[in-house]
Design a protein around this ligand. Sequence first.
Ligand SMILES: *[C@@H]1O[C@H](CO)[C@@H](O)[C@H](O)[C@H]1NC(C)=O
Length: 200
Amino acid sequence: MNGLVDFSQSSLWISAASILFNPTFWNIAATQEYRNKFITKTFGGNPRLGCYALAITIFSLGIFRDYLYNEALAAQPTHPTLLSPLIRYSAIPLFVTGNVLVLTSMWALGITGTYLGDYFGILMDAPVTSFPFNVSDAPMYHGSTLSFLATALWYGKPAGIFLTSLVAVAYSVARRWEDPFTSMIYERRDRERKEGKKGL
Ligand SMILES: *[C@@H]1O[C@H](CO)[C@@H](O)[C@H](O)[C@H]1NC(C)=O
């Protein structure tokens, strides 16, 4: 990517750091909450309040990450090929699709479902299988990645494509950690339910 991406810009590395930091932060925070309930304890023993606080924190970190990404792109060279109308305007359906996936999955999951409520013991009765979960197994992550890509294409920045691939890697690493962890939480709940029934 020599010449396409200006690696000497510190804003590029700051943006990259925030992209890697966010999922790392929320996984460490949520895992710690699961193990020792430190967020719940901080919020007077109220897991729902703790989860809302984590939600606000994650949401704000996301806004800040998007801001740093835009700042980084502004300092980067554009590429004429990316500015061709076909590529540039493909950013619009990508951006719309990305946002539909993110917003509808938040709508389907609710706040505690979106923001790691299961680590707080706030479990869903059953996995959500309605839209957008019938078109993507991780609509929040896929939608967010699409929005990053759309922004890169709209501004014609190869550096944006570079940072978008970092987003994709960060999310795929996060899922490799989160998916088995949430399965474990739900399997444990189901096991305890069964044992509870036996005891009756
Ligand atoms: C997903 O569900 C929506 C309604 O919730 C439906 O309109 C759509 O056709 C479904 N898509 C697939 C691929 O099943």
